[in-house]
Design a protein around this ligand. Sequence first.
Ligand SMILES: [Zn+2]
Length: 491
Amino acid sequence: MLLTRRLLLVSRCCRLNSHRSALFSASLRSAHVDASFSSAMAAAASDARFCGEIFLFFVLFCSVARTTRSGERVARTTRSGERVARTTRSGERVARTTRSGERVARTTRSLSQPFNLSPRAHPSLLPSHLHQPPKHLTDIGANLCDPMFQGCYGGKTYHEPDLSSVLLRAERAGVGKIIVTAGSLPESEEALEMVVCSSSSSSSPVELFCSAGVHPTRAGELVVKKEGEGGSEEEEERTLNAAAVTRLRSLLEKGFNKSSNPSGKLVALGETGLDYARLQFSDPETQKLAFDSQLDLAAELGGRVPLFLHLRDAGEDFVSLLSKPRFNRADPSSSSPVTLRGVVHSFDGGVELMTRLLGLENRDLFVGFNGCSLREESGLEAARRVPLDRLLLETDAPWCDLRPTHASAVQNGFNLKDFDAANGVVWKDKKKISEDDFASGKNVLIKGRNEPCRIAAVAAAVAAARGCSVEEVARAAWENSERLFFGGGGG
Ligand SMILES: [Zn+2]
């Protein structure tokens, strides 16, 4: 019932919002165009005066653009009264040529076209390539089944479900695909149902896929404990919960069987792995048993299933279990070990561990970066050193956001605050969120809750660390995600 209501909301809200959000998006970009153009003209004016080129007529103007609630644009030219900005009905471009021959062009009505400025035109946003969202992004890990997207935080409800607004923002930020992460058996079933329904009802502006698996903190789901003679936890005997393993196997088989699941919405086994940073939820022995059994399941499926791997403070055991040769027990005719593929997501293990993982024999691994990965300088170094053909991007929403206190926030030309300002991001407390914040399709984000649209900022932070363009990083990550999860060669 809950899920049906959630999907209905997604569907209904998406339809209602699409028109208004398009208007808002257009007006937002319009405001950027004006601000950028004003600076461009101011820079050109200064240049002209300095060189004494008096034959060049020039107009000093100030264009003030205001975006009203309804998305209308109000433009005023001052001083000489000359109009520099002209909005025509047909969407014509108005171009002016400055002394140096540089052409500053502005698109008026046709706001969908890319807008280019000379790099010196807008010094406050330089380097501009670090503050503009790229075009194609896949968020390989977002926990969209989390109650926060239903407005519920720590068991208390603060606002209406807003998944539809979250998905619209993701689409506007350039996100084309999201893999919904699942971390338990019920969540795996819920995630699959959600993405299949979103696809058949076309209720999501972003293509949704999902994973199925058991997170190390919930490893107990796959394990049965029997008390030992001494009664202490260490002496407890652990065995696999056969019924739970069968439930996961049948979900994976159903999901990966193209004839029974032609939608192909289940694209990964996970989250699975080890997390020794949160042993209060699951002890290491239980975690190892559950991880081992899920790796066996991946081998049973012939390595077709990409793994979505979680690793925290457990490098040695993780490498040891992952590198163990695995055979397809379901196929007696196959005698050679299976090659396992996957991504070590939310990676924060440093360059040395990353190099070990990428060098494992019979393993085809990628490394996923999000806000948590880039918290420390060592994480930035890993993002700098990861081969471009092994890089993936994610948000791990609603967790692992980029924060102003992290090493990634101000580095190598990237500034998180500038990025947010350039993209019209407004942060609000969950207690102060209003209906209007959702309905208008604004970039109003909730403090402490990460969203898939923030992957654009992750891409920008990684690009800054590597000293390359956001497009280069985004394109590589997109192609890698196609290769790993969607059976494509990218492009
Ligand atoms: Zn994780």
